[in-house]
Design a protein around this ligand. Sequence first.
Ligand code: SF4
Ligand code: SF4
Length: 282
Amino acid sequence: MDVEVLKRDDVSLKLLVKGVKLHLLNSIRRALIAEVPVMAVDYVVFMENSSVFYDEYIAHRLALIPLSSEKALEKYKSPEECREAGERGIFSEDCFVKLELSGEGVKGGVKTLYSGDLVSGDPDVKPVYDKIPIIQLLENQRVKLEAYARLGRGREHIKWSPVSVAAHKYVASVKIDEGKCSYPQCRRCIEVCPRQVIVEKEGSIKVDEGKLLECSLCRLCETVCPSEAVKVSWKEDEYILYFESTGSLTPKRILIEATKVLEDKLNTLKKALLEGVGYGGG
Ligand code: SF4
Ligand code: SF4
């Protein structure tokens, strides 16, 4: 498998992956969304809420605030252990981080509580962004609560997904049959291509190979061609993988953790098969 980094920044990663079957790449993509653990608020205890919002509404907003999780993966117990502890009402320090929030409306104005107002019991687990609005309070309205965050996985609830986007895309192959093409009398495909993949170069019509990664496979070029000279398809076993982090983990860490999860699952399957589980011991 060949992997080339096409684009990389603090929150996203775009890779060109060659020599891989789609089902394997899709397994990685799904693991990015649903299997890599991150911290998110799971329980909220309200001491006071005289705002116009129901408790559940505020709890839902708190749960969707991305929390820094790089160190939490080593420090806290696994999602499975912590879910069980939570269901039994045990707020173990090995699982849960407490975040406190309190605020009161101001006279004649509106007080907004932001994610940055949450006070975390662990400096390694805190809101990634400070300016996510949680609630607005008017005069005589108060909120005081304790939120408990734990590790979880996106397959349990999307609040625990480390990515906001994870997608793969085919890499286009665009061919022009010069025998059928009537360029320069016709220039339709050049004119309609929204990504400038088909261009005029040195007096002839060409596919700009450097732009093929940007082809959206819209097939407009094929549709407008009067002589079926353009053929759009895609390359075998070559894909673009793109994903964006919520900020809880770096994109590199998310990818590494996803491959670790897949490896563990395959090892578990292999072990079960070797031990004859499900095969009547044979
Ligand atoms: S499929 Fe669309 S983007 Fe790709 S070359 Fe044709 S017109 Fe351009
Ligand atoms: S639309 Fe077809 S005939 Fe016209 S320039 Fe493109 S390939 Fe040639």
